[in-house]
Write a protein that binds this ligand. Structure first.
Ligand code: MG
Ligand code: ZN
Length: 262
């Protein structure tokens, strides 16, 4: 996972975008030496060398994340909040999808925005009419359950609302980290190529829904929608696939209908 993908330690910053903008900095301990007991245990008993040690530590990080994600899931269920974990490569159109969703939705929408740097996307969400908390992960390349828990405390989504967590643009490690979401959604745009499911199988195997975005550009690119669907279903027979354009609104009702059923 992230020890091999370049996701390092650093500072996570959180900014609330509603009436008042405040910034708070948190230490970032989720990759590495937060678990000293485990560390020493490994050194005493490890016969497999440093590689086994790293693997054990990664399993511990993911197990801890899963426990915190279960807490988030219970917290959200208490408030009847439906939560999406929205994942994609950078530039697939997640924020544009959210802007149109906020405009069309008849229930309250709140957003947790994950990016390494900038408040750009949270500002777009606020302009579209929803409250947002921006989480800046610095060197980190995914959101984890701890960050989402902290953001939820600030955001306090209304009972019965829709919460969308826009993950850091990355088709790799976000697939590993449960955030406590109700559904995982992968967005892929037609400009990225139809080979993404086979190249990033973990992401597509984990998804409940694949949104194929930017269908207005299909005449200009070689993208075989049928191949995309076939490959996604080979990895994940239950997955739903919706092709739409968040920019033009083409087939957007399919997405709104899927959301309404959550
Ligand atoms: Mg975005
Ligand atoms: Zn990562």
């Amino acid at each position: 996972m992230c020890s091999t993908c370049g996701c390092g330690e650093g500072e996570v910053r959180m900014t609330t975008l509603d009436d008042t903008a405040t910034t708070q900095t948190h230490g970032h301990d989720h990759h590495g030496n937060h678990d000293h007991d485990h560390h020493h245990h490994d050194q005493d008993h490890d016969t497999g060398g440093p590689r086994t040690h790293t693997l054990d530590l990664e399993i511990a990080v993911l197990a801890k994340n899963d426990r915190l994600a279960a807490d988030n899931r219970a917290w959200l269920a208490d408030r009847k909040v439906a939560a999406l974990n929205l994942m994609s490569s950078p530039g697939a159109g997640k924020t544009t999808l959210l802007e149109r969703t906020i405009a069309a939705s008849d229930r309250a929408v709140t957003v947790i925005e994950g990016d390494q740097e900038t408040l750009f996307d949270a500002e777009r969400i606020r302009t579209a009419g929803a409250r947002a908390v921006q989480v800046n992960t610095g060197a980190g390349c995914h959101l984890d359950a701890t960050m989402v828990a902290a953001a939820l405390q600030r955001l306090q989504p209304e009972t019965g609302s829709l919460l969308v967590v826009e993950n850091v643009g990355n088709l790799v490690c976000p697939a590993l980290f449960d955030l406590g979401e109700t559904r995982k959604v992968v967005v892929i745009s037609v400009t990225e190529g139809d080979d993404k499911p086979l190249k990033y199988p973990h992401m597509f195997a984990a998804a409940d829904l694949v949104v194929v975005n930017k269908t207005d550009l299909l005449p200009y690119v070689d993208f075989d929608l049928e191949r995309l669907e076939t490959d996604a279903r080979t990895l994940n027979p239950q997955v739903r696939v919706l092709a739409l354009s968040a920019r033009t609104g083409d087939r957007f009702d399919d997405w709104l209908g899927w959301l309404a059923a959550l």
